[in-house]
Design a protein around this ligand. Structure first.
Ligand code: NAP
Length: 300
């Protein structure tokens, strides 16, 4: 079994982005601009937004954070999006999810101009992906594809099982893998016989949000395991359940652990796997930067 190291892939892509930024600056005098719109002050969202701004600054993308109150109305957020849609210095717009409960996320996301839709959540961009004419792809599935490509794992002809059907990860992931000629089964909470389906898979992508959900018994020997899940585990009995013995004393001291959706014991059966942390996670923010540069290039 070998580890598919997301940090290595992420650093390589950041170098490529750096070269592209230098080219845009030198040849066209342009710096890509990313606007992040956040309503409310959810601590997890704040930390995601900070990590996005930090990476943008590090690699030379202009990023701007527009903070709105948790009580912001649909009209207020629509006005900010309209202003950014019209701003020539903003090439990419991201609305941080989740939004406060009184706001309809679809109604908000639909307002982002498709040509500035950095997360590829707009129906036009998602539709183009289904038609294999995608121009911009959601960051996490795109990161998974980049990991596979980096390690020369060609999904063509493989039996792939994607577990989870969110518009953020599972559905676009399934479409992107089918576009690359994989035979894809998309599973979800109503799937019957998931374990048997998983045992047939040469490649598994787990995006469920439940620690250790896919166990060693569900995995075919020699499979490729891609773990998208990011689960915050804080109960002491869960450290022992979901984390390798060598690590859980450390987690006990820290008070929490971050684990994936695939149980660590399953990795021993795999040909290749992405760890959590350090697998898909690092790619997601990097692909956001990639998409910002891509949208800037397409705007020209
Ligand atoms: N690595 C990264 O950068 C990154 C980025 C995004 C998300 N994530 C992580 O990925 C995970 C999934 O995120 P998400 O936004 O896609 O979550 P989500 O919107 O909550 O979707 C979870 C999916 O899992 C399915 N599911 C739940 N219980 C199941 C079960 N018992 N059997 C089979 N399927 C089941 C759900 O099925 P139904 O549709 O039937 O409800 C749903 O489709 C989370 O841990 C999240 O934190 C990581």
């Amino acid at each position: 079994m070998s580890v598919l190291d997301g940090k290595v892939v992420s650093e390589k892509i950041q170098l490529e982005i750096g070269l592209e930024l230098a080219r845009l600056r030198n040849e066209h005098g342009v710096v890509p601009g990313l606007a992040v719109i956040m309503a409310g002050d959810d601590p997890a969202s704040r930390s995601y937004v900070q990590s996005k701004s930090k990476l943008a600054e590090k690699i030379g993308i202009r990023s701007e954070l527009v903070k709105l109150a948790a009580s912001a109305s649909a009209g207020e957020i629509a006005a900010v999006i309209a202003a950014k849609n019209a701003d020539p210095l903003t090439h990419a717009i991201l609305v941080q999810m989740p939004l406060p409960k009184h706001l309809d996320p679809w109604a908000v996301l639909d307002r982002i101009a498709p040509e500035k839709d950095v997360d590829a959540f707009h129906p036009l961009n998602q539709g183009l992906i289904l038609q294999n004419r995608g121009v911009i792809f959601p960051c996490t599935p795109l990161g998974v594809m980049r990991i596979l490509d980096h390690y020369a794992i060609d999904p063509a002809g493989m039996d792939v099982v994607v577990v989870g059907r969110s518009f953020l990860v599972g559905k676009p992931m399934a479409a992107m893998l089918a576009n690359r000629n994989a035979t894809v089964t998309l599973c979800h909470s109503r799937t019957v016989g998931l374990a048997a389906i998983l045992r047939e898979a040469g490649l598994v992508v787990a995006a469920v949000g439940k620690p250790g959900f896919i166990t060693a018994e569900m995995v075919r020997p020699g499979a490729v395991l891609i773990d998208v899940g990011i689960n915050h585990v804080a109960r002491e009995e869960d450290f022992e359940k979901f984390c390798p013995r060598s690590q859980y004393e450390g987690f006990k001291k820290k008070g929490y652990a971050i684990t994936g959706d695939i149980h660590y014991q399953a990795f021993a059966k795999a040909a290749h796997y992405t760890p959590v942390p350090g697998g898909v996670g690092p790619l997601t923010v990097t692909m956001l930067m990639h998409n910002t540069v891509e949208l800037c290039k397409r705007s020209r």
